[in-house]
Structures are given as C-alpha cells and as structure tokens.
Design a protein around this ligand. Sequence first.
Ligand SMILES: NC(=O)c1ccc[n+]([C@@H]2O[C@H](COP(=O)([O-])OP(=O)(O)OC[C@H]3O[C@@H](n4cnc5c(N)ncnc54)[C@H](O)[C@@H]3O)[C@@H](O)[C@H]2O)c1
Length: 331
Amino acid sequence: MKVSVIGRGYLGAVHAACMADLGHEVVGIDVDADKIAGLAAGEPPFHEPGFDDLLRRALSSGRLVFTTAMAEAARAQVHFICVGTPSRTATTPPICGTWTPPWTPCSPSWLGTTTARRSWSASRRSRWGPRNGLPPGWPTRRPTPVRCWSGTRSSSARASRSTTPSRPTGWCTGCPQALTFLREVEAINLRRREHVVDLAASACGGDLSGVRVAVLTAAFKPDSDDIRDSPALAVAAAVAGRGSHVVVTDPAALENVRRTHPDLTVEPDVLRAVDGADVVLLLTEWRQYIELDPAEVGRRVARRQIIDGRNALDPSRWRAAGWTYRGLGRP
Ligand SMILES: NC(=O)c1ccc[n+]([C@@H]2O[C@H](COP(=O)([O-])OP(=O)(O)OC[C@H]3O[C@@H](n4cnc5c(N)ncnc54)[C@H](O)[C@@H]3O)[C@@H](O)[C@H]2O)c1
C-alpha cells in the first residue's frame, strides 16, 4: 500500500519507518527541511532505542522517502497525520494521534505509553476511528477513545485515592483540549506533581530552600529524550523554584534540558548527580535507575532519602540499605 505520513516528529518518523519495514511504500512529509534532510541521511532527530537501525533498514529498502513537498501525498492511498497538538486553545486543531477524525487510521504507537517503536512492534492492530455516528453539533474531531481511556483510567485511580498519596507522578496526556472530564484528568496529573514536591519538602523538614535535590530523570518516559510536558522536569523546576539546588540527570534528555531549562544544573553521571543530595527523586522509570545499587548511591548522598514518583523501586531493597523510602500510595 502507498501511504503518506505527514509530520515527522517522535511519532511520525517511527510510524513511517515501521510501515516501510512492514513492506508499505511510505512518503514522509514535514515542513522542517532540516529534519527531513537528517532523516533522509539516516540520522534520527531524537533518541529512541533501535530506531536508527530501523530507519536505515527502511531507507535502504527504498520503500521510505522523505520530502517537504506536500503534493507527494497525493499518490498515497492512506494518510497518517502526525503533526503536533496545540497545547492551548486554537481555532483549528490539527488532526493527529490523539485527535482523529472518523476516517483516520490510528497508529498502534499512539495507543501505548511506551516508546513509539516498541508500541508499534508489540501491537497487532491499527485502529480506525468510528465511521459515523458523531452526534449533531459535535466537532468533527474528537479524542481517540482508547487514549482518553488510558489517561482517564490511571488518573481516576489517582483521584479515588486523593486523600492518600497515589501513583504515579503523572504522565503526558498529549491532549489538553479534551472534553471537560479530560481537563479533570489533566488537573489530577498536575496535582500529582505538586504532591511529589510536597513530599520532597516534608523529607527536608518542610523547607526546600538551600537543600540539594537530585532528580532522576527529565524525560516524560523511559528510553526517550522527549521532555515536552514532562512531569519529572516540572517537578525539578518546581523544587528549584522553592530555593533548592537541583541536579537533574537523564540518560538521553540532558541536551534538551540544557536548551529549555538553562537554569537547572544537569549531570550525565548519576552517581555524580546524587553527590551530597539531601533527597533523591526518581521520576521516570529508566531501567538503569531502577537497577541502581542503593548501597553505592547511599555512599554518595548526604542523607539517604528517596522519593519514588513511579513506584518503580523495590522498597525493601532500599530500606535494607538504610534509606528512608517514600513511594506514592504505598507504605
Ligand atoms: N510523543 C508521544 O509520545 C505522543 C503520544 C501520543 C500522542 N502524541 C500525539 O501525536 C502527535 C505527534 O506527536 P509528536 O511527538 O510526533 O510531535 P512532534 O512535535 O515531535 O512532531 C510533529 C511534527 O509535525 C511537523 N509539522 C507541523 N506542522 C506541519 C505541517 N503543516 N505539515 C507537515 N509537517 C508539519 C513538525 O515539523 C514536527 O516535525 C501530537 O499531536 C501528539 O499529541 C504524541
């Protein structure tokens, strides 16, 4: 099948390469000429494990081409529109992974919460929006139910346990212009971030000013350098805003952090990042941080206090090494 993928960002680039890898003829289109040139040369514009190999394979198959010429889409039978969602009000929201009109196929990668490539490979389906049945007066675009469901499900769980700390720190909803109940989902996510900041303050006697805080990590999900609307980075900025000295570490996203948050101190080496820390915040579940040795980390910090914003660590392991462990919604 001939397909076009319009928008070659985190989702579109991966989706196009996966479709070509499956045997489809794919034209990838973007307004960003530099991005198109880089992709055509086999250079991914972002970090995603395995994507460079996938991209090179798709390019060498001859089934994947890149262009800035929108007219090239005319030869395709199916169009995947992967441009960004405006994060605030807009008069003409674009069509994309989270906002699909009834006739638009929805990439498997949009239905998962892992990396785009992994979601794509693990999936056995592509989903199409409803063919008809939108009530009169509805906008012609509405959120894909699956994605809204997954966001709502996790946030409802958080809301139902709002009197106690709950999991996780929050996640990127990607569709802040959703229906009223989705605004509440967004609000719940934001409250989770504040809750982690409060936990950090309470670990430091109620006042964050002057304390050292190590933040593991910056990306909004593991195996990605995507920091857009990242709860981890929002928490890091909020903690810094309360007067503490924050050091952010991340396996892939620090270049992006330097660009967007020049005020934050970044340190690629996790053990150096925790040096002298009064409290450590684990905010995205990168495997290498989950597997850290609590005893080794304990020798570097000033105080053995860790807040596990993802409930990803084994509390007994950390407590056994003398740490005060706080997860969300768990003892
Ligand atoms: N990244 C995620 O994990 C994720 C998850 C679920 C849903 N989504 C949704 O999927 C969509 C794409 O996300 P992304 O992360 O790939 O965004 P992105 O910002 O990385 O990429 C968007 C791309 O669209 C291009 N573009 C913008 N306007 C264009 C136009 N008129 N014609 C052609 N190209 C154009 C931009 O240059 C950019 O390369 C977004 O709407 C997002 O909300 C993203």
